[in-house]
Design a protein around this ligand. Structure first.
Ligand code: SF4
Length: 518
């Protein structure tokens, strides 16, 4: 039975049988000429995508894994209300050092949001994307959401507009979204089976009434898939976020992946459940665990096919500002922004971004050259390495100052970004702490090496004891090129018998607020 009534209509009924078939035949984007593998997601490059899609993703840090090293985004927290309850969400808890969806330090009016957008755009010229992602649901706050988009589009026409929604109200706003020049929409879809949905969503509020249990999950799933199809038909790029909840929807997410792919989703982002008890979520209080790093990777690998997986999501706060992985929101509090004399200079921003593009092209050429050297090596070995970086594609972070490590899989076919691991900052005021070091080691325990700009004697010897090679000879060099070069020498060392290749174990995904650097 389809429980959706009134405004909500069943996906099949609303879209029509022929369009359902059309959606099911979606084959993703063009096949990569290099690999023979379809490549239309976050790893895809200019050669893999139609020009109009490439233009949309090339400087979007969330839609292009490569772009996230160079371009920044900001979220404006103009949408406080929500129309559903998820068992993994509690919007009441805020800690300034924490990155988690739904968390904000301040809520804004649309007028404050546009002033903040201009202030950030003037200070961070590589900020290319403004998103509304809560703290509630943007479409449960339509006036504030669309007013903000209207003001930003007028004041800063070069900024891309983005929206993240639970999808419940999406079919009602697809045309407004299209008119608002929003060309990227993220929908969180955790299930297509209401039996599973009932374990994730205790209630939804739809058409002036509250639905619970199976009815709630059925309405939500229908509306999410319908909204996704309607956006895809209008040429709006859609990313689907799914939270991986072990023993609830982990096995089911492969089905979700197929369902969203067939409805035209561009990218699928499977994220780990965050469930530390202190956040006060239902899952956190019930002891529901999140996945391990290898469980997450195995599921992402299983879903990877024609539609690539996003693996670089940082599960950002609803007021995040800066490159993914850094948070500069404290520099742009309402008090500070209102006192700023903002000069929005479109020419300056364009010139800066042109320089970024030149740098990007040079780096890609260098990595390609290094990869050419690897091409002759034949080996079954593939392994993970962790990289400490502050951005720009460089190994430019001290081990003791890293808040996260980026993890790459290396094989003779090249490098593949696997994800990031948040860690406690090891050096607080100059001294490292043993407890923090063991958490960091647990976070990168599946890696064979860690690349850093610098590292002290004590962490170095502890990493070696744990079987992880600390590598600092590529300090301030391009990391993609450097890890390939190291991998070549690793294979040589294995071949000559100098070292033996052994498999690493699993790693843990950090659940709690990150401890800030002093
Ligand atoms: S939460 Fe994920 S998709 Fe959204 S801005 Fe952060 S990295 Fe991008």
């Amino acid at each position: 039975m389809n429980a959706v009534v009134g405004r909500g209509k069943c996906a099949k009924a609303a879209v029509g049988a022929s369009k359902m078939v059309q959606a099911a035949e979606h084959k993703g984007c063009r096949t990569s000429s290099n690999s023979g593998q379809a490549s239309c997601g976050s790893r895809a490059g200019q050669a893999d995508l139609p020009t109009e899609i490439w233009e949309k993703v090339k400087s979007h840090p969330c839609y292009s894994e490569e772009a996230h090293h160079h371009y920044a985004r900001m979220h404006v927290a103009v949408a406080p209300a929500c129309n559903i309850q998820c068992n993994y969400c509690n919007r009441k808890y805020d800690c300034a050092n924490e990155s988690r969806p739904g968390v904000v330090s301040e809520k804004l009016t649309p007028e404050q949001a546009v002033k903040k957008a201009l202030a950030v755009a003037a200070t961070i010229p590589q900020m290319t994307v403004l998103g509304i992602a809560g703290p509630g649901d943007p479409l449960a706050n339509p006036e504030k959401t669309f007013k903000t988009f209207e003001l930003v589009a007028k004041a800063a026409p070069d900024i891309k507009l983005c929206l993240s929604t639970n999808g419940l109200s999406l079919p009602d706003y697809v045309d407004v979204i299209a008119k608002s020049k929003v060309d990227h929409v993220t929908i969180t879809i955790n299930m297509i089976d209401p039996e599973i949905g009932a374990k994730i969503y205790p209630w939804i509020f739809f058409n002036h009434r509250r639905y619970t249990g199976l009815d709630a999950a059925r309405v939500l799933a229908d509306r999410q898939l319908l909204g996704l199809e309607m956006l895809s038909e209008r040429g709006i790029l859609c990313k689907v976020n799914s939270v991986m909840i072990p023993h609830i929807n982990d096995g089911h997410l492969v089905e979700v992946n197929k369902a969203v792919k067939s409805r035209g989703a561009f990218l699928h982002n499977i994220m780990p459940l965050i469930s530390a008890p202190e956040y006060g979520t239902v899952f956190g209080l019930n002891g529901q665990r999140g996945p391990t790093a290898q469980e997450l990777k195995a599921l992402q690998d299983a879903c990877e096919g024609e539609m690539n997986m996003m693996r670089h999501c940082r599960q950002c706060r609803a007021d995040a500002v800066g490159l993914l992985g850094e948070d500069r929101s404290a520099e742009f509090t309402t008090d500070r922004v209102m006192k700023m004399d903002v000069k929005y200079d479109l020419e300056m921003r364009k010139a800066y971004q042109d320089r970024v593009e030149d740098e990007r092209a040079a780096k890609a050429a260098a990595s390609k050259e290094e990869l050419g050297e690897l091409a002759g090596a034949a080996s079954e070995i593939s392994l993970l390495v962790a990289v400490a970086t502050k951005g720009s594609g460089l190994i430019n972070e001290h081990f003791g100052h890293a808040r996260e490590f980026q993890v790459y899989e290396l094989s003779t076919s090249g490098t593949k970004f696997v994800g990031h691991r948040r860690v406690d900052v090891y050096c607080q005021g100059g001294d490292g702490e043993k407890d923090r070091l063991s958490t960091i080691i647990r976070g990168i325990n599946d890696c064979h090496a860690v690349f850093v700009a610098k590292i002290g004697g004590s962490p170095k010897s502890n990493l070696i004891k744990a079987g992880i090679e600390p590598v600092d000879q590529y300090a301030h060099e391009l990391f993609e090129k450097s890890v390939i070069s190291w991998f070549r020498s690793y294979l040589d060392r294995v071949k000559s018998g100098e070292i033996q290749h052994v498999k690493r174990g699993d790693a843990s995904i950090r659940q709690k607020a990150v401890i800030s650097a002093a």
